[in-house]
Design a protein around this ligand. Structure first.
Ligand code: PCA
Length: 207
């Protein structure tokens, strides 16, 4: 099966982004049963989904797994939904855009569910010893916007592609000097490996 993996560039006060580091790692890693392609996305409202949509059209993956960091999350968070709002008045994106209650798509649905098996993937991570939870809000920033745009495109084009978003905590080095919870990059890598293994197994069971 073909999986498109994406991570984001650093943004705001962060000088690194574990999701970007995961994407770099994925590029040189092998995953049994899966052809995984990794891309980095910009933290810019207007263009965040462009590269992903381009690869969806040209490479036609079976699954799209977006990754992003969310400071304050304690575990791997598998997002259930994306909402039709862009709201970041105090956190301008990397192009200086700081929207307040702006619609992503003027006539789009209020919300749209991720199409990866959110609950099953979360449970598989827990069984594998990786702290994970289902999250019911991907926020109102770039990660939410990316998931919304990609899910809408797949839905409108009626493509046989599943898509979802995974938020990861910051890494310990990023949390030093604060009380923000963190998770080591090695544990995050184990999460990626397990998620891909679960998706491969799911596909095999369907055949
Ligand atoms: N996290 C941000 C955008 C990029 C990232 O890694 C978010 O949660 O929206």
């Amino acid at each position: 099966m073909k999986i498109l993996f994406t991570g984001f560039e650093p943004f705001g006060k962060m000088d690194k982004n574990p999701s970007w580091e995961l994407a770099e790692w994925v590029k040189q890693e092998k995953f049994p049963g899966a052809d995984v392609r990794a891309e980095g996305l910009p933290v810019i409202f207007q263009t965040c989904a462009h590269k992903a949509l381009e690869v969806i059209k040209s490479w036609k993956p079976d699954v799209v797994l977006h990754f992003g960091v969310a400071a304050g999350r304690q575990t791997i968070n598998i997002e259930q939904t994306a909402i039709n709002i862009e709201h970041a008045p105090y956190t301008p994106d990397n192009a200086g855009d700081a929207p307040a209650d702006r619609c992503i798509e003027s006539k789009g649905p209020d919300g749209i569910f991720a199409t990866i098996p959110v609950r099953k993937l979360t449970e598989d991570l827990q069984v594998a010893g990786v702290p994970a939870e289902v999250s019911y809000s991907a926020g109102t920033y770039i990660c939410n916007a990316t998931l919304y745009k990609v899910l809408r495109f797949i839905d409108e084009q009626k493509l046989p592609i599943k898509a979802g978003f995974i938020h990861v905590p910051v890494t310990p080095d990023m949390a030093c000097g604060s009380n923000v919870p963190s998770m080591a990059l090695d544990v995050q890598k184990r999460a990626v490996t397990q998620l891909i293994a679960s998706l491969v197994k799911e596909e095999e069971n369907r055949d």
